[in-house]
Design a protein around this ligand. Sequence first.
Ligand SMILES: C[S@@+](CC[C@H](N)C(=O)[O-])C[C@H]1O[C@@H](n2cnc3c(N)ncnc32)[C@H](O)[C@@H]1O
Length: 249
Amino acid sequence: MTDTVPINGLALTVNSPISGPRLDRLVTELATGEPTDILDVGCGWAELLLRVLAASPDAVGTGIDLETVDVERGRSAAVARGLDDRVRLIAGDAKTITGAYDLVLCLGAHHALDEDPGRALTRLRRLTADGGRLLFGIDYWLHTPPPERLATMWGGADLQDSCWLPDVVDAAAAAGWRLLDLQETTQQEWDDYECGLVRNQEEWLLQHPDHPDADELRQRLDRSRSEWLRGHHGYLGFACLTLAAMPGG
Ligand SMILES: C[S@@+](CC[C@H](N)C(=O)[O-])C[C@H]1O[C@@H](n2cnc3c(N)ncnc32)[C@H](O)[C@@H]1O
């Protein structure tokens, strides 16, 4: 237990609302396609990329994320698993990445390329070889939140901050993708994700109730719990789309 407030998210496996069994299933399915050159856009600490690489012995991978701390965490994991000779993790802006990969991962990170999912899907198509695959994870509105509920979500929450699932699939088709598989994650996976995001900080707080930074952290955690349970809880879903790049798309 560190003596300074730890960064959040250390209890999560991936930084998306995806359970362990679902992650295993996704990795198995993605490795079945025997990818050779994999890109992870907004990879975070690259857990998904590292797992797909471990299951695909002939593949090499590139991951890119703005968060240096997360990229360092991914690099350490790559070394610990003996994958560092097959993976390049870049701390940088995904908009700078070029190339044509046969498998692209973009989980909860389309904003790294464009705020608009349709435009992000077009950019992702350019990064994918004809016939290649994309795993695209995105949040979407399960129900239309009334204005009073939007007001209790994250600061300045707007209907435009998320999207409708059929619109995403239509936008994917317009960008040159065909939908092969769709998995909608469950409310329990969201709840596990929200708790996992702050779990290590909650544990730290229990160990350091009188720390000079404890009050500020407690208030921040109370605020984010309220924004979740009084805000987007039950209104936001998360879907994992497996998309195939149409030749010439
Ligand atoms: C919700 S997290 C998902 C991380 C990872 N894909 C996962 O599922 O574990 C979104 C990630 O996108 C990254 N990101 C946002 N804008 C970016 C940009 N312009 N370039 C690269 N990464 C970016 C964030 O730093 C963050 O790690």
